[in-house]
Design a protein around this ligand. Structure first.
Ligand SMILES: *Cc1c(COP(=O)(O)O)cnc(C)c1O
Length: 373
């Protein structure tokens, strides 16, 4: 008999903080004693280091990952009358940013094996108003960037990659987010590289667009009181930059640990008659922002989820409703049948606990419970 009840939270940010506490506390106190709370060297250092870690010319730190998408669309000149195609199963940030820029979000269904945007459905949705494709590297899995870029070249479209869930994910040995017009990142606390509050950035090679993004995010000014345009206030906070600078040193170790955890889950769960393990697209490096299993037909996902919760194992669903099925998009008058894959998967997917500090015993415990279910 198990004498101690093993609790497995979905994520444990406190466990991570305990490990890096010394460096984090020092970075925070350094910002405090320097008293530069907007801009300053912590921000510039992090931008430089993050750009260098990707081999991209510019990193522009921004307030959050949603603003990163919105501002990039603005500087690309995408607005009223334009359409941007994005994935039906994702977080609402991309489609909301497209709308906020004044353009129309057009949803494409997702691939039934890999859960990233379905290239064939994009082809059906491209028309004269289409200006950009906005793929999401969902859960840390690379969307098929090579195919998307080929399609974009053929139709003269921008590709803007949402890398919020895909820090250091790779396709064919190339990091996703490095080969398109621009890519956007979120450093929301639970992301693979997470701040202790909201934060985000854009990675971009084009000098002129980089400057435009920086200007737009800083009230339209690159120099104090020289407002060439109206913009927004969306800067990466200096405390958050200092924290991210510390965490950047650990990210590769954490990523490898996540990959090892996923391999352990895979091994233990592959024999399950109730659930299927996630598939990884060939020649890619999945960074497992989320480890998402799929219930086989006839298995009640919500029942499995509450059984796990009753046993102190916390799971989540990403996402319980595909975007076109959400209230925010009622005005589009879609039916779930318009997005058959996303609409089916929303009832079958389940995100298991995944974070670097998870122990082998915890993973084993989660898997034993699922196999017993
Ligand atoms: C988290 C997330 C975002 C938005 O990031 P914020 O920093 O919360 O604005 C965008 N897209 C995806 C897929 C995300 O998971």
């Amino acid at each position: 008999m198990r004498s101690i009840v093993m609790k497995v939270p979905f994520i444990d940010l406190k466990a991570q903080y305990e490990i890096i506490k010394f460096d984090i506390d020092r970075a925070i106190s350094d910002v405090l004693s320097g008293a530069t709370f907007v801009g300053g060297h912590h921000l510039h250092d992090f931008e430089k280091q993050f750009a260098a870690s990707y081999g991209v010319k510019h990193c522009i730190g921004l307030g959050n990952g949603t603003d990163a998408i919105f501002i990039t669309l603005k500087v690309l000149g995408i607005g009223p009358g334009d359409e941007v195609i994005t994935a039906a199963n994702s977080y609402i940030a991309a489609s909301a940013a497209i709308s906020l820029a004044g353009a129309k979000a057009v949803f494409a269904d997702i691939d039934p094996e890999y859960y990233t945007i379905d290239v064939e459905d994009i082809k059906r949705k491209i028309n004269a108003r289409t200006k950009a494709i906005l793929p999401v590297h969902l859960y840390g899995q690379a969307a098929p960037i090579d195919q998307l870029q080929e399609l974009a070249r053929k139709h003269n479209l921008f590709v803007l990659e949402d890398c919020a869930q895909a820090h250091f994910t790779e396709e064919n040995g190339v990091k996703v987010g490095t080969s398109s017009n621009a890519s956007t990142f979120s450093f929301y606390p639970t992301k693979n590289l997470g701040a202790y509050g909201d934060a985000g950035c854009v990675l971009i090679n084009d000098d002129e667009l980089a400057e435009k993004i920086r200007k737009y995010a800083n009230q339209g000014a690159l120099k104090k009181h020289q407002h060439d345009i109206e913009g927004v206030n969306s800067r990466l906070d200096t405390f958050q930059a200092a924290i991210l600078g510390v965490k950047l040193k650990y990210i590769h170790h954490w990523t490898e640990t996540r990959i090892n955890h996923a391999a352990q889950y895979d091994k233990l769960l592959q024999a399950s008659e109730k659930v299927e393990i996630p598939k990884v697209r060939e020649n890619t490096k999945h960074t497992y922002h989320l480890y998402v299993i799929r219930c086989k037909v006839g298995v009640d996902r919500d029942h499995l989820r509450s059984y796990l919760a009753d046993n102190d194992v916390i799971t989540e669903v990403h996402y319980p409703l595909a975007l076109p099925n959400m209230g925010a998009y009622d005005y589009m008058h879609h039916s779930p049948n318009d997005f058959p894959v996303s609409s089916d998967l929303q009832n079958r997917i389940l995100s298991l606990p995944m974070y670097a500090e998870l122990t082998d015993e915890q993973i084993q415990h989660v898997c034993e419970l699922i196999l017993k279910y």
